[in-house]
Design a protein around this ligand. Structure first.
Ligand SMILES: [Zn+2]
Ligand SMILES: [Zn+2]
Length: 404
């Protein structure tokens, strides 16, 4: 049972580690949000020379990069485990194993693979559901299944909660030929599938009409409880990967490696175990690449928008210069026409020809192809879209207007 406590402690500390990473991540995302917020507050996001990143884009980018980093780290970790498993020597449990360990320095093999049949040291555990099932590890679990209404996707989603869990263990050995036995220490610390399901029962909940209405109102529906029992049965062939040590009293022990390698106990054979690790590594790699691609996509999207903004700004600048050039070429022909007598009723003409947008400047540009003369050049430049304010037709070109 102490092993169980140690295992749980290890599990919680790793959970806490993940929690810390998530906290760091969220603070990073908050930070990037803060920056994008500031640019939004100053209102310079469109005019500033830096990258104009929107808040959602910053969140997507940060999250995908962080996810990619985590997945890559997990990929590296499982790849390392896989390499170690590949390098681990295989031993058969027989009389020679003791001799090998006797001549090994420290009477210890740091990482080795053995395979043998499970035998209890003392009295085995019996399944309360099937009297003929005896084992050395036993795990009871009671899980509650409910349907929870998801307002976002407008569907009922399944949710599971562990109500009760109990693990029992008795000391056991792996037996090979010649009755040679290796004692397995701390089996609950091991990874890999080392128990099979021996009992599974779903207790359905029956409801009346009133309950069903209540569930629809509360958005939660209890489906029932799933009771399971898993066992490592006596006589099962078990593959163990860990530290092999010959004790001073002459017993052989398999225990969690002291060099930080992963401890495995599996009811499948070694090749299957290797295959499982391989697919895990491939999965993490695919996830890392996938989220990195999402990040790259977001970057590309932001870059494209920035490029389009720059292009638009450049085109407008070109147009403004062209307009000014055309205006500068005209005044010689234009000036004599405006005699002092014309200036007399200039004020009236001014209002008649005022720009329809600002009503204070004379209309001085012709919008092509529609040909409307309706606004001044500065109002034209301020138009949010290159469309004629009168007929909504697209503007392909704008030329200055002269009165002669
Ligand atoms: Zn105007
Ligand atoms: Zn028009």
């Amino acid at each position: 049972m102490t092993c169980a406590v140690v295992r749980h402690h290890a599990m919680f500390s790793s959970l806490r580690h993940v929690d810390n990473t998530v906290q760091q991540l969220s603070s990073y995302v908050n930070l990037s949000l803060l920056f994008s917020d500031r640019s939004a507050v100053t209102g310079d996001s469109e005019r500033m020379d830096g990258f104009p990143v929107k808040m959602t884009e910053a969140v997507c980018l940060g999250a995908s990069l962080a996810l990619s980093g985590i997945c890559y780290y997990l990929h590296r970790k499982s790849r390392k485990t896989l390499d170690k498993l590949d390098d681990a020597p295989h031993f058969t449990i027989d009389g020679k194993l003791k001799d090998i360990l006797k001549v090994t320095p420290g009477a210890c093999l740091q990482y080795a693979v053995i395979e043998g049949a499970v035998h209890p040291v003392g009295e085995p555990l019996t399944s309360p559901f099937q009297k003929d099932f005896v084992g050395v590890l036993q795990k009871f679990m009671l899980r509650e299944h409910r349907l929870v209404w998801n307002g976002l996707s407008r569907t009922w989603t399944d949710s599971e909660r562990v109500l009760h869990q109990r693990v029992n263990a008795v000391p056991f050995v792996l037996v090979g030929s010649n009755e040679t036995a290796v004692k397995v220490l701390c089996p609950l610390q091991a990874s890999g599938v080392h128990m099979e399901t021996t009992h599974e029962k779903f207790h359905q909940v029956n409801y009346g009409l009133g309950d069903i209405i209540g569930q629809y109102l509360s958005g939660e529906k209890l489906k029932g409880q799933l009771e399971t029992e898993e066992m490592l049965k006596v006589g099962t062939t078990l593959t163990g990967v860990g530290e092999l040590i010959l004790d001073t009293d002459g017993t052989l022990n398999l225990r969690p490696p002291s060099n930080g390698s992963q401890y495995f106990l599996s009811i499948t054979d070694f090749d299957t175990l290797l295959g499982e690790q391989e697919s895990k590594a491939v999965l993490w790699k695919a996830l890392a690449i996938g989220s990195a691609l999402v990040g790259a996509g977001v970057l590309l999207w932001v870059g494209r928008r920035y490029y389009n903004q720059l292009k638009l700004r450049w085109e407008r600048e070109q147009e403004r210069r062209e307009f000014e050039r055309l205006q500068a070429e005209a005044p010689r022909a234009h000036a004599p026409a405006r005699g002092p007598e014309v200036l007399q009723d200039g004020a009236e003409e001014y209002i008649e020809n005022a720009c329809v947008i600002c009503l204070s400047q004379p209309r001085n540009c012709i919008l092509l192809d529609c040909g409307h003369v309706c606004c001044c050049h500065s109002c034209y430049q301020a138009l949010p879209h290159r469309r004629c304010p009168i007929c909504r037709q697209d503007i392909s070109r704008v030329v200055p207007l002269y009165h002669v």
